[in-house]
Design a protein around this ligand. Structure first.
Ligand SMILES: [Fe+2]
Length: 507
């Protein structure tokens, strides 16, 4: 007799998943013997994604299990269900990708769509190579989005994957925090967002076979990973230094649109789509693999428990002053009845660091966020941790925010900063809290800024003390816990130590 397995029981298992018959080959690759004696080479082991339908509120719940191989197509079968009986067969599809040069070997991205799911429930999945009677190569579980009223927990970090030690330690501690999902703040892989970089730096760490601070953690096989598109996803440039993806230089570019399976509820044709150039054959291969995800998936929103998340493309080809963006953002934020509202984009609007201070283009959206009751804005880009006091911002001259070439996108303006909120004795904020959590693994910026508030003042901002806490000497991630008592945000460093914590309440 079988019975439902509880989430706690599954989490007790190491990683909640066993990969069977897979042999490490180095460089993040794995091989599995087929029934015919040949080997399938995996460039990405099976990982969980939220799926295009996990948008908005309740209903139409689905999820995606994805994996990637190098070489000729293979036959896979995926079963899933709430118990060890599985019971339902998933639709499996595959698309061609062109590998890095040389030799531009063929790769294939597989995805299995698990549909007809209920919210807040755990499902098991099993993948066979060689068809319905083939060898089981992986078996695992996932938990769908929580309903309204349910407590949730998620980890946020960005600027993470380049094979560095800090990235592995952050992955390990994020895994041990047992998040419902990851909300990455962008630049989840370096340098150029290519398949090859994901295979070498991203999947081996966040989908590691064991949990170890020197290795990483088996997060991706059971925990959905949301992310936003960022500058290192679009890392070629035209003659005017405008960012774009060049498929002649890198035929495996823009893996964001081919590896991720995120909600598809943003603008079908955004006012400024992610620019792509290259030979028609390269572009055609990319477009077929990405399908309706390109360019739409650069912006999306979803609900999880009592929280709403609006995820935006803040790259320098986007003009955030464009009326269509303003309409989209206003419509999205006013359409949800979630108690907590988050906005996530990569380029921080309020950052006092030395590397990306001038990329302030997203400041023009602050009045919109204030009008629609946004609680927290999450960003990365500056490789450290910064938390502002709750603030309200009125932009002044917006001329550099939109169409200007280069990185000088300064938006001067006036601040009203809530100096009473401290997240402990005073927990009800007046204004939006902006958190830069870009200390996920890549080398850290702004040494010597930790606990030096006199260095957090910028003359361009009238030396207004809007940053409340800044830690630049260690990698870290943000853990959010949302329940009936309010919201708690803990910043946890690469040794597992809590280095900042605030509690936020509403009346
Ligand atoms: Fe960045």
């Amino acid at each position: 007799m079988t019975r439902d397995i509880t989430r706690r029981e599954l989490l007790k298992a190491a990683g909640g998943l066993t990969f069977l018959a897979l042999v490490p080959m180095g460089r993040g690759l794995f091989a599995a013997k087929t029934r015919r004696g040949s080997s399938v080479v995996y460039t990405a082991l099976p990982y969980v994604q939220p799926g295009s339908g996990s948008a908005g509120g309740a209903g139409g719940e689905n999820a995606v299990i994805a994996w990637q191989i190098e070489g000729p197509a293979a036959e896979f079968a995926v079963e899933y269900g709430p118990t060890g009986d599985y019971g339902t067969r998933a639709d499996v599809s595959s698309q061609l990708r062109i590998g890095p040069e040389p030799p531009r070997a063929e790769r294939r991205n597989y995805s299995a769509r698990l549909s007809g799911l209920e919210q807040g429930r755990t499902y098991r999945y099993r993948i066979r190579e060689g068809g319905a009677r083939g060898v089981v190569i992986a078996a695992g579980y996932l938990t769908t989005r929580q309903r309204r009223g349910a407590s949730i927990r998620f980890a946020a970090f960005g600027d993470n994957a380049f094979g560095d030690a800090g990235e592995r330690a952050v992955a390990y501690h994020a895994y041990h925090a047992r998040p419902d999902f990851i909300m990455n703040t962008g630049d989840n892989v370096y340098e150029s967002g290519r398949d090859d970089e994901y295979a070498r730096y991203f999947f081996p760490v966040y989908n590691a076979r064991s949990a170890d601070p020197r290795v990483g953690a088996p997060l991706l096989r059971s925990v959905p990973f949301y992310t936003v598109i960022a500058n290192h996803d679009v890392h070629d440039y035209d003659a005017s230094s405008r960012p774009l993806a060049d498929f002649d230089a890198h035929p495996d570019s823009l893996a964001y649109f081919t590896s991720m399976h995120l909600p598809l509820n943003g603008p079908v044709s955004p006012p400024q789509a992610t620019p792509i150039v290259g030979a028609q054959e390269h572009l055609a291969t990319f477009r077929v693999c990405a399908g309706e995800r390109y360019p739409r998936m650069a912006n999306y929103s979803f609900d999880y428990g009592d929280a709403h998340f609006l995820c935006l493309d803040s790259n320098l080809y986007v003009d955030p002053t464009h009326p269509e963006w303003v309409r989209y953002i206003a419509a999205d934020l006013s359409s949800t009845d979630a108690r907590w509202k988050f906005v996530v984009y990569h380029h921080p609007a309020f950052n006092v660091g030395l590397n990306h201070y001038r990329e302030q283009q997203m400041r023009v959206l602050s009045p919109l966020f204030e009008e629609h009751g946004v609680d927290v804005v999450l960003s990365g880009h500056e490789h450290n941790y910064q938390r502002t006091r709750p603030l309200r911002f009125t932009p002044g001259n917006r001329s550099l925010a939109g169409a200007a070439p280069g990185r000088d996108r300064r938006v001067p303006g006036s601040f009203v900063v809530d100096q009473r909120f401290d997240g402990h004795a005073v927990t009800k904020p007046s204004g939006v809290i902006y958190i830069t959590t870009g200390a996920g693994g890549k080398e850290l910026y702004d040494p010597g800024f930790t606990d030096r508030p006199e260095r957090w003042l910028r003359p361009d901002d009238g030396n207004v003390a809007y940053v409340s806490r800044m830690v630049t000497d260690r990698h870290s991630f943000s853990l959010f816990e949302i329940g009936h008592g309010g919201l708690t945000m803990s910043q946890i460093d690469e040794t597992g130590r809590t280095i900042d914590r605030i509690h936020v309440t509403k009346t």
